[in-house]
Design a protein around this ligand. Sequence first.
Ligand SMILES: [Zn+2]
Length: 311
Amino acid sequence: MKKWSVSGATILTSGKIIDKGSILIGNNKIEKISKKELSGSVSIDIDNGILVPGLINSHDHLLGTYFPKVGKGPYENWLPWDNDLKSAPVYQERQQIENRDLYLLGGYRNLVSGVTTVSDHIPHFVGDPFYDILPMKAIKDFALAHSVGSFALAWGDGIEAEYQKALREDIPFITHISEGFDDETVNNIKTIDKLGAVGSHSVFIHGIAFSESDIDLIKERGASVVWCGDSNWFMFRETTNIKMLLDKGVNVCIGTDSPMSGGENLLYEMKFDKELYEEIYGEELPDETIFRMVTENPARAFRLSRNGHIK
Ligand SMILES: [Zn+2]
């Protein structure tokens, strides 16, 4: 098989910036990254360019791609927003579009923002038929719940069974959590902990209502959190305690959520989240931190490098 080389660019890798470096690609994988010039049978010179790994969007609903933001917050939890969405004329109109077309739009929306891997939060029977037609990868191996509590949608086989499946198959268990302010939502972490689903395979989306003790438990168990700043701000005028999550060393990733509530694409979301952080805390969120939240952190959260390679 032919090997490709790309050289002359500034290469961003985990914790390192290589000026005018080269990469060698063989077998559809990056084989080598070097400061010296590497040459394959096909060589591409991108002088003055910037080379970054494919980005990972840690939370999306690809079926929700072709939507403007719908609703008017702030809401108490996701349910009244969902009611506003389902009763909006634009929802009736866009429901007429084939799922296949919506999935393709979702794929290209991600691809044009440098995303090569997305976590599509939806039951398997809905998403699985479309993942192989996308122009980039959707994570196929995951266990899930919609959310935690009495008004969660009935996705998956229940939190206990899904978390056990995640452990058995060494795949992530993904759920929306603590997305709102009512008594039940505020206690989501305690509820899900009783169901045995706070652990290293947990990927928790949103976490707006996380308390310090919730965050301590998440850190202690090695669970991951996905921050969707734009979606949170649009629906709730609030977001997760991102500073405390980062300060305590939780593995945090960034996701767009769907454009129905969230970021237009991942590059936009990264910019929005950086500005939101600065607005809330009056200090800068370093670019390096954001870069990790769309590369190595999600690779760990979604267990994409189990064999030492991004699958
Ligand atoms: Zn979501």
